[in-house]
Structure formats: C-alpha cells, structure tokens
Design a binder for this molecule. Sequence first.
Ligand SMILES: NC(=O)c1ccc[n+]([C@@H]2O[C@H](COP(=O)([O-])OP(=O)(O)OC[C@H]3O[C@@H](n4cnc5c(N)ncnc54)[C@H](OP(=O)(O)O)[C@@H]3O)[C@@H](O)[C@H]2O)c1
Length: 270
Amino acid sequence: MTQKVAVLGTGKIGEALLSGMIRGGWAPSDLLVTARRPERAEQLRTRYGVEAVSNAEAAKAADTLILTVKPQDMGTLLTELAPHVPADRLVISGAAGIPTAFFEERLTAGTPVVRVMTNTPALVDEAMSVISAGTHATAAHLTLAEEIFSTVGKTLRVPESQQDAATALSGSGPAYFYFLVEAMTDAGILLGLPRDKAHDLIVQAAIGAAVMLRDSGEHPVKLRENVTSPAGTTINAIRELENHGVRAALIAALEAARDRSRELATGTGN
Ligand SMILES: NC(=O)c1ccc[n+]([C@@H]2O[C@H](COP(=O)([O-])OP(=O)(O)OC[C@H]3O[C@@H](n4cnc5c(N)ncnc54)[C@H](OP(=O)(O)O)[C@@H]3O)[C@@H](O)[C@H]2O)c1
C-alpha cells in the first residue's frame, strides 16, 4: 500500500527530512508539504517536485503527518489541524520537548502519535533521531517512523520518559561540539596559529576522534589514555580542564538543557 506522507511546517528540519525521503526512494508524488509563506511553498515545489498544500488539505490527504514547526507554534498548528485529522492517521512530532499527550489531548481520541527528536546533522545524513511511542502508536507505527528518519541518519527508540534527556544530549549535542571547536580554535590563535589552520587542525581532530569513538569499540577513557603519556603534553591539558571544572560544567549544562526541554512541554515556548 502506498503511504502518503505530509511534512507540515517545512523549515530546516522538515526540508532535511523531505530531501532524505526522496533520496531514500519515496516518490515526490507520495509526499506533500505545507509552509506558512507562499514563497517558501513555491521554493519547495521547485526544489523537490512535491505538492504544497494547506495544513487542512495535508491532514485529509496524507496517511502520515510529520509536524516540524517550532515548539511554540505547535499549539496553533494543532488547533488548525484537529478538525481535519481522522483517528487512523499517524502523527509524528519532530518538536523538542512536547510530549505525545499534548497531541493526544488535542486530536481525535485514539490517534497514534510518535515523538521524534532529531538533530541538525540531519542536513548531512548524520542525524541521531530518538523515537518514542505515544499511547496509541503500534510497533508498525514506530517502524514507519524509523524508516522515515533513517533516511537522514541513525535512529534510537527510547521510552518517552527519557526524551528530555535525549534532547539534552543529542538534540542540542552538536552545539556543544561547535562550541568546543570555537574555543579550541581561539586557543590555537593564542598559541600563534593562523585562524584557518587552527580551524582545520581542530575540525580534523574532532572528525578523527568521532570516527575512533564510533568504530574502535573502545571506551572513551581508554582512547584518551592512549593519547596521555606520562609527563606528556596531554596530561598537562587534562589537569587544566579538571582545574576549571569542565566536566562539572558539562554535567550542569546538559541538566539545564534537560530542564528547558521539560518546560517546552506546554507547546507555547514559555
Ligand atoms: N534546529 C534544530 O537544531 C532542531 C533539532 C532537532 C529538532 N528540532 C525541532 O524541529 C522543529 C523545526 O525546527 P527548525 O529548526 O526546522 O525550525 P524552522 O526552520 O523555523 O522550521 C519551522 C517551519 O514551520 C513553519 N511554520 C510555522 N507555523 C506554521 C504553520 N502553522 N503552518 C505551516 N508552516 C508553519 C515556519 O514558517 P516560517 O518560515 O514562516 O517561520 C518554518 O518554515 C522544531 O520543533 C524543533 O524543536 C530542531
């Protein structure tokens, strides 16, 4: 059976997903998009050959609705959508923080809802998309959500109670690495390197470390110990990181991100 899928609120994440699905073999004729601005709808039509429709039309025509508006716009979108979504539609939310119960309360009783938290490396097919079932979502619904999001990277199922933690780790995760690269590039400049060379050195170190972490099967402590010779350079740097409480800062930072994800549960952004 052909599955018609609509992406509602096709911004950065929605477009990455749309592009991934088309590259993954979905026919553009089985995909619908919605956008708030007519020029954005036209851009998506031209770029991907998909039909751009209203939110209500998408709700009527598609079997699966993927909602990728910002959390603060979700309440308004659901108010608009609710009268048009029959209970046999699968609703997938890509919004940070908003629980499946928020959708279930606003949609026809029994509507299956799947919550997915992805991240911006979806733009380069290296996303981590964390997937949880709502009350009425079945194994088949979770599998379909995995098929859709695996076109832009990896997927992981977690109980919904772990979604706020996953949002803090992998939803916001790329930003922490960009922040580290920015700070380490500044350090390179302090040490006398030109900015472009410092940037290249740090980015390649980050890529090398990421591939080692993913492919070696070694614990990060072991990988770090391999670079930490007695009385060498690395241990001097590590001592400074510990002196400045970097480990504690990271733990506190992720706790703050988790707390903000919890706050977004209201769907108003407040
Ligand atoms: N960016 C991230 O790092 C990231 C990571 C993981 C998950 N997410 C989640 O992904 C979702 C989308 O984020 P994003 O960065 O892709 O945001 P975005 O680029 O602003 O995309 C949202 C799009 O939805 C459109 N929109 C808003 N209300 C609408 C409505 N009623 N009908 C139709 N379209 C509507 C917006 O239109 P306008 O262009 O007119 O504003 C915008 O194009 C968010 O819920 C976020 O929590 C984001």
